[in-house]
Design a protein around this ligand. Sequence first.
Ligand code: ATP
Length: 356
Amino acid sequence: MNTIVELQKVEKGFGNDLVVKGIDLNVKRGEFLTILGPSGCGKTTTLRMIAGFEEPDAGQILLEGQNVVGIPPYKRDVNTVFQSYALFPHMTVNENIAYGLKMKGVSKSEITTRVKEALRLVQLESFGDRKPRQLSGGQQQRVAVARALVNNPKVILLDEPLGALDLKLRKQMQMELKHLQQKLEITFIYVTHDQEEALTISDRIAVMNEGTIEQIASPKEIYERPQTKFVADFIGDTNLLEVKITDMKENSLVLDFYGFKVGGKLGINQNVSDSMYLSIRPERVQLVKETPDLSYSLPGVVEETIFVGSFIRTIVQLAKGDRIVVMTPSQGKQIFQSGERVWVTWREEDGIVIGA
Ligand code: ATP
């Protein structure tokens, strides 16, 4: 797969606030790339710069190797789908989808064929004569997608496109969008603040925080090998314990946590320093009654046990007020009571050590 969109040291500020701080990003042809981050981190601004609605203060944006900075949005081979759908209320679905083609002077017969095809792709063949207000939220969103597809752009930019939908419809539309993207092999650049959505839908995720990209990787790698404390914390639930490295062989670490020895692996691209964090997912922690034979474990006291359907969530108090959350499948597992003394342990490869 070759690169279709490339951002090189892109910067953007509003007034005195630098909101995009020199980011680099490579998007591959035919990939579903998601920019994920909390509200206000600069996701939309980044997308709007790719679309051409905003211009960067510094850096370059390349589309198929050509710098597009300064080129207006309608001359870039990208289309945007907005959360608000941005449909014209007085036009029918057909007219909404045809609008861009009409402006470009495409012939009537070709417009009819292409609009029909776009509606077929989003499964709305029989809705062409309706007005947007006669459609449900999910259907309006599909019209917005059809309108973006109708020009056959190389890249589709989607800014929280499912944000206005209820959870069930949102999940259904996530799969629809993913299947459509795979079928058409169009590059999608998708913006969301919903980490579960990003993990479900993407080939790769760029995690953004305060105007910088902290990690770009597949959902599995982002989840299992977070590169920064922010990524570990933002994606899924994790436990973060402050540790000191006492021994290191290759990437295999012996760590000190208030005088107890525990194991872990050094995360990707980490500089070893005095203050490090161990990130460990709740479902990777084992909870046992007796001191385990495994060399590394921590003693604790059960603070709370919560039954959450197929899982039991146990909160264990460790040394000096630190807590660790443990998720264990509820079937056939021992349930510990509040106040019980227990041990927590994990496989070395499940404890990822990252900088502060
Ligand atoms: P959200 O998920 O809430 O949409 P975001 O990550 O997409 O957030 P942006 O919309 O890119 O964030 O905004 C980043 C920062 O830039 C915010 O602090 C925002 O207030 C500011 N900002 C965005 N657009 C403008 C503008 N046109 N003028 C001034 N400030 C702006």
